[in-house]
Write a protein that binds this ligand. Structure first.
Ligand SMILES: Nc1ncnc2c1ncn2[C@@H]1O[C@H](COP(=O)(O)OP(=O)(O)O)[C@@H](O)[C@H]1O
Ligand SMILES: [Mg+2]
Length: 345
């Protein structure tokens, strides 16, 4: 057995490679962006590539490469079931509705007329989102019909940059207020400079337009709950909202105590991961005013490092608690290797 790994420092690949070395797994490093990538993985059983939602190049072809390799009998992490809806809230709306999963009521319109007509009959506030983006940067509260109309007009004209310098700058300011340290100050200075200079990522990324996406606003959520399922294992993090804001993701303020998490939520998450057949599934939940939990969005990727490494334990699929720190990327490796062995039997 041999694995192909695309190395991207700071991503899951750091630990995948570490795992291969620790367990003497044969692997080679490949470059997914190269023209001959199919040739490069010919002598391997599977490809592992932690591609990032904010990489406009990966967005152009990661899903196509994945499905093509799958058609030739190779295993891929993330596979199509795991990744096709990644960073695509529009795709997730259809998927979760079709699965009858409890998604926060979400609406998508492909014409100005339909959007304006829906907005005329809705009550405010509502939440406006672009289909992609993370850390809350493309999520806004819409307080009035006039504001919604402005967003609709823009959605069907010049659109929005997929990566927004101004929101990123506001996010850096938030981190400075929260941390009051030199690193955060440096971040703000960099963000300020970026207001005037486009990065290559921004130059290459597409604009979001031709649709508009609104979600019902669920008020009084001081936190969201993220549950991550990797095969038969679950772990969870509570993320508190930024002060004076309704948005939790990207705030960096978190809690891990086992008591914070309802086992029913863990069970539901396992069920959905089984139905969707995912290798890695992160589900973000918030409450409605009756105390029912709803899914805000799902994704396969999450940050590598202390944020999740500090989880004090995880649950197995019998909902038993297994205390102790773990590396989620090792779980991915264990399952990936098992899937290759099973396929070759
Ligand atoms: N419909 C909603 N009602 C209330 N809060 C929401 C709603 N949607 C998102 N949020 C809050 O905003 C945060 C970011 O939204 P999310 O859709 O997860 O975007 P991102 O992809 O940027 O994480 C969530 O973590 C949650 O705290
Ligand atoms: Mg989120």
């Amino acid at each position: 057995m041999k694995l192909a790994i695309h190395k991207r420092p700071g991503s899951f690949s750091d630990r995948w490679i570490e795992y291969c070395k620790l367990h003497s797994i044969d692997y080679k490093l490949v470059n997914c962006y190269a023209d001959d990538i199919i040739e490069q993985v010919k002598d391997c059983d599977g490809l592992m590539w932690h591609w990032h939602h904010a990489d406009p190049k990966a967005i152009l072809f990661a899903r196509q490469l994945t499905l093509s390799l799958e058609k030739s009998g190779k295993k891929v992490f993330p596979n199509s079931d795991t990744s096709w809806h990644f960073d695509d809230k529009v795709g997730q709306k259809y998927l979760l509705e079709a699965m009858e999963a409890p998604i926060v009521k979400s609406h998508v319109f492909y014409s100005k007329k339909d959007a304006v007509s829906w907005v005329s009959n809705t009550s405010f506030p509502i939440v406006f989102k672009l289909r992609g983006g993370a850390g809350s940067i493309n999520v806004r509260l819409v307080k009035s019909k006039a504001q919604a109309d402005r967003l609709i007009r823009r959605s069907f004209s010049r659109g929005f940059p997929a990566i927004d310098r101004y929101s990123m700058f506001k996010d850096r300011l938030y981190h400075l207020k929260r941390d009051r340290d030199l690193a955060a100050l440096f971040g703000v200075c960099k963000g300020f400079a970026r207001l005037f200079v486009k990065t290559s990522i921004e130059k290459e990324s597409h604009r979001e337009k031709g649709y508009v996406y609104f979600q019902e606003f669920l008020p009084k959520n001081d936190f969201d709950t993220r549950v991550i399922i990797i095969g038969e294992r679950a772990f969870a993090v509570r993320r508190y909202v930024r002060t004076g804001d309704f948005r939790a993701s990207g705030s960096g303020v978190k809690g891990y105590e086992r008591e914070l998490f309802d086992l029913e939520l863990i069970r539901e998450s396992f069920d959905l991961s089984k139905k969707l057949n995912t290798q890695s599934l992160a589900l973000d939940f918030i409450y409605d005013t009756e105390g029912e939990m709803y899914i805000v969005e799902i994704s396969y990727g999450f940050v590598t490092g202390p944020f999740y490494d500090d989880c004090p334990g995880h649950w197995n699929s019998d909902l038993e608690w297994i205390p102790g720190n773990f590396k989620a990327q090792y779980f991915m490796m264990e399952d990936f290797i098992t899937s290759i062995k099973q396929a070759s039997h």
